[in-house]
Write a protein that binds this ligand. Structure first.
Ligand code: XMP
Length: 319
């Protein structure tokens, strides 16, 4: 039987005993696991923790502000906010292969994180939001059991190159326990129960070459989709939902003019384990409302389509 207040107390004691008076650095992504790890470690050691939040220019709308609001302002966590948009966009220029994009985004993250870590020479620990299923999965990978079509591990190799000890306070927890812990630590419900977001972010939701202009359009379309899903009580009934940017133009009419603009695809799936998934049978009225709002509010998009492909044979992400 798992009791939250006892669990927090024990976890806090364990972190204090491990770390002593040394300093800890953590890469905050805005995702559930790193957020809960940050909140727990901060509860244990306060200012001995420094978080690094890297904005790669491929995050969701207002994500950086939300992370800074929750951690820096509400909880009083030390967070270094690095806007590395230009660096990521520069390295992604001209690259259209999905796996190549993943590699570049992962590599640049390590690069930016290392640069920040060097500015904190007193740090002895690297904290990570590794959870129990990750531990199992990487054990499987070593014995060749895990089989991934896409390379998911975007930040491998950090501890080795930084020469830091690893602090992984969520290693024994399942996802639902991590969420419960996050709520008990005072993190906002919407953050803790958010759909998963891939490490490469919008980088794999902009088909082909990534451009800042595309990311800006996609962010706004995606936010409208998520807003309307929440308003219609469909967010929690889907496992993952997002917009995808298609870099093709199609013809439309607006007023008495002709438009020639980009297309956005909406994807919403229901799944237990993300290995197989069904496309969500969203109400047509909801899809219609999302489409109208995107086309009216996001100049540059004049057509919205809904993805009705299951996994398999399609994957959840388009890249
Ligand atoms: P697919 O597209 O393979 O996605 O059906 C299954 C789940 O994995 C997520 N995903 C990723 N997560 N880095 C990540 O951290 C990645 O490169 C990546 N690719 C896919 C996807 O969002 C879905 O939840």
């Amino acid at each position: 039987d798992w009791k939250m207040p006892d669990y927090i107390g024990e976890a806090v004691e364990k972190i204090r005993a491990q770390v002593g008076d040394e300093e800890v650095i953590l890469g905050l992504s805005g995702g559930v696991d790193s957020s809960v790890a940050a909140a727990l470690i901060h509860r244990a050691i306060g200012d001995q923790l420094t978080c690094v939040f890297v904005d790669n220019g491929l995050l969701r709308l207002n994500e950086a502000e939300q992370v800074m609001q929750t951690f820096a302002r509400s909880l009083g966590v030390k967070v270094i906010h690095v806007d590395a948009t230009e660096q990521f966009m520069g390295h992604l220029k001209g690259v259209s292969d999905p796996e190549q994009k993943r590699k570049i985004i992962g590599r640049e993250f390590v690069e930016v994180f290392q640069t920040e870590a060097k500015k904190l020479p007193k740090a002895r620990w690297l904290a990570q939001g590794t959870i129990y299923p990750d531990v199992i999965e990487s054990a499987g990978a070593k014995t060749g059991k895990a089989h991934a079509i896409k390379s998911h591990h975007n930040v491998g190799g950090l501890p080795e190159t930084l020469n830091l000890k690893l602090l992984e306070p969520l290693r024994d927890l399942f996802k639902d326990e991590v969420r419960e812990l996050g709520v008990a630590l005072g993190l906002p419900h919407d953050m803790v129960y958010r759909h998963p977001f891939p490490g490469p972010g919008l980088g794999v939701r902009i088909l082909g070459e990534v451009k800042k202009e595309y990311a800006d359009l996609l962010r706004r379309a995606d936010a409208i989709f998520i807003d309307e899903l929440r308003a219609a009580d469909w967010y929690d009934k889907t496992s993952q939902a997002f917009a995808v940017f298609l870099p093709v133009k199609s013809v439309g009419v607006m007023g008495d003019g002709r438009t020639y603009e980009y297309v956005v695809a909406l994807r919403a799936v229901q799944t237990q384990d993300f290995m197989t998934a069904h496309w969500a049978e969203l109400p047509h009225s909801l899809l219609g409302k999302v489409s109208n709002r995107i086309i009216n509010e996001v100049r540059g998009i004049n057509r919205v389509v809904y993805d009705i492909s299951g996994k398999p044979p399609a994957t959840i992400e388009w890249e």
